[in-house]
Design a protein around this ligand. Structure first.
Ligand code: NAD
Ligand code: UD1
Length: 317
């Protein structure tokens, strides 16, 4: 089996590439290295890296050539960045998905798997979030994922391309970038704790997230590549199924990191979702997927990797 992984030099993508290579797939990565790192791909024996923009038709055509499955993870993944640079985020996330689908169609790729996001549920009151609920994006980032999902449906309906849409909840683990203000909460807080640096809590700390360990997420992605086609065409939540208030996360980080956080308070950020929790029933029934790593164990593994320097620092902008 041959795979093309867009965004394969990034955090989740590089874990996926490692897993696919270990399972015997031949893997080609397309990544512009804007937040990913070439070293992340080098960790997977035999994986080829093409450095280029996913929106460039020639680059994605060459990366997808001969692929059975394209795993489309390349995106600008920050809600905050999308509020500051909405055009850029819509352009990369939606334009990138369109370019991937066009290349997949031209190259006779069997299936495209999309990394979508739980952020598309927005702030609707019902928890946990289940896939049948209406979506209500609050940020250009969330809207870009809703648009990417719509493109996937259109290409499946019109061209018969097999598609799988996975809505990841907050993913964390080793190699997640922590050096940018667009980085995720766990890498920011955990690295600040280990290095005894200040960090900022936006909002009252009562906002909740369903933190999901990267290896569990990758397992779901691999299952989505081979599951029965019609079953995966509709979106599937990939989340551990437990919501944790941020104040609880911070306490756990202090325990794992072995020192108190140097925390500053700031108002909640615009576009921020208040609560997030996955109903993972469809992932269980359609993919046979079960998360295996709880938050404290996942944080310990992430901290161990950070202490060893096994981390991307990411862009400083
Ligand atoms: P990441 O930033 O580590 O990975 C994204 C990768 O895409 C990077 O390697 C980056 O260099 C690459 N990239 C960005 N723009 C590109 C372009 N124009 N052309 C080619 N490559 C480009 O982020 P991640 O957390 O690993 O996210 C991977 C995917 O999962 C994204 O689609 C993201 O939206 C989605 N997702 C992530 C989370 C999470 O909690 N991390 C949750 C839901 C969905
Ligand atoms: C994250 C992902 C997004 C994904 C979504 C799925 C990143 C950067 N974002 O967005 O790709 O689609 O999950 O649900 O990986 N916070 C602080 N201080 C900080 C950083 C964050 O208080 O320094 C707060 C935020 O305001 C937010 C919470 O922590 O309330 C989580 O933020 P973040 O990790 O950026 O995640 P999401 O916005 O949920």
């Amino acid at each position: 089996m041959r795979a093309c992984v867009t965004g394969g030099a990034g955090f989740i993508g590089s874990h996926l590439v490692e897993r696919l290579a270990g399972d015997g797939w031949s893997v080609c990565v397309l990544d512009d290295l804007s937040s990913g790192r070439a070293e992340n791909v080098a960790a997977a024996p035999g994986a080829e890296l093409i450095v280029g923009d996913v929106r460039d038709p020639a680059a994605i055509r060459s990366a997808a050539k001969g692929a059975d499955v394209v795993f489309h993870l390349a995106a600008l993944a920050s809600v905050q960045r999308s509020l500051e640079h909405p055009h850029e985020v819509i352009d990369v996330n939606m334009g990138g998905t369109l370019a991937v689908l066009e290349a997949a169609r031209a190259q006779g790729v069997r299936r495209v798997v999309l990394a979508s996001s739980s952020s598309i549920y927005g702030d609707t009151p019902t928890l946990p979030k289940c896939e049948r609920m209406p979506i209500a994006p609050r940020s250009p980032y969330a809207a870009s994922k809703a648009g990417a999902e719509a493109l996937m449906h259109a290409y499946r309906r019109t061209f018969g391309l097999e598609t799988a849409i996975l809505r990841f909840f907050n993913v964390y683990g080793p190699r997640q970038p922590h050096g940018s203000r667009y980085a995720g909460a766990i890498p920011i807080f955990l690295s600040a704790c280990l290095d005894d640096r200040p960090c900022t809590l936006y909002g009252d700390g009562e906002q909740t997230r369903d933190f999901t360990y990267v290896e569990d997420v990758v397992d779901a992605v691999v299952r989505a590549a081979s599951a029965e086609g019609t079953a995966v065409a509709e979106p599937i939540n990939i989340g551990a199924g437990q919501r944790h208030p941020l104040r609880e996360l911070l306490a756990l980080i202090e325990r794992v990191g072995g020192r108190p956080l140097r925390l500053t308070r700031a108002p909640a950020r615009a576009g921020d979702v208040r609560d997030s929790e996955a109903d993972a029933g469809r992932a269980r029934s359609v993919l046979g997927w079960q998360p295996t790593i709880g938050l404290e164990r996942g944080l310990e593994r992430t901290a161990a990797a950070l202490r060893c320097g096994d981390q991307a620092v990411g862009p400083s902008s």
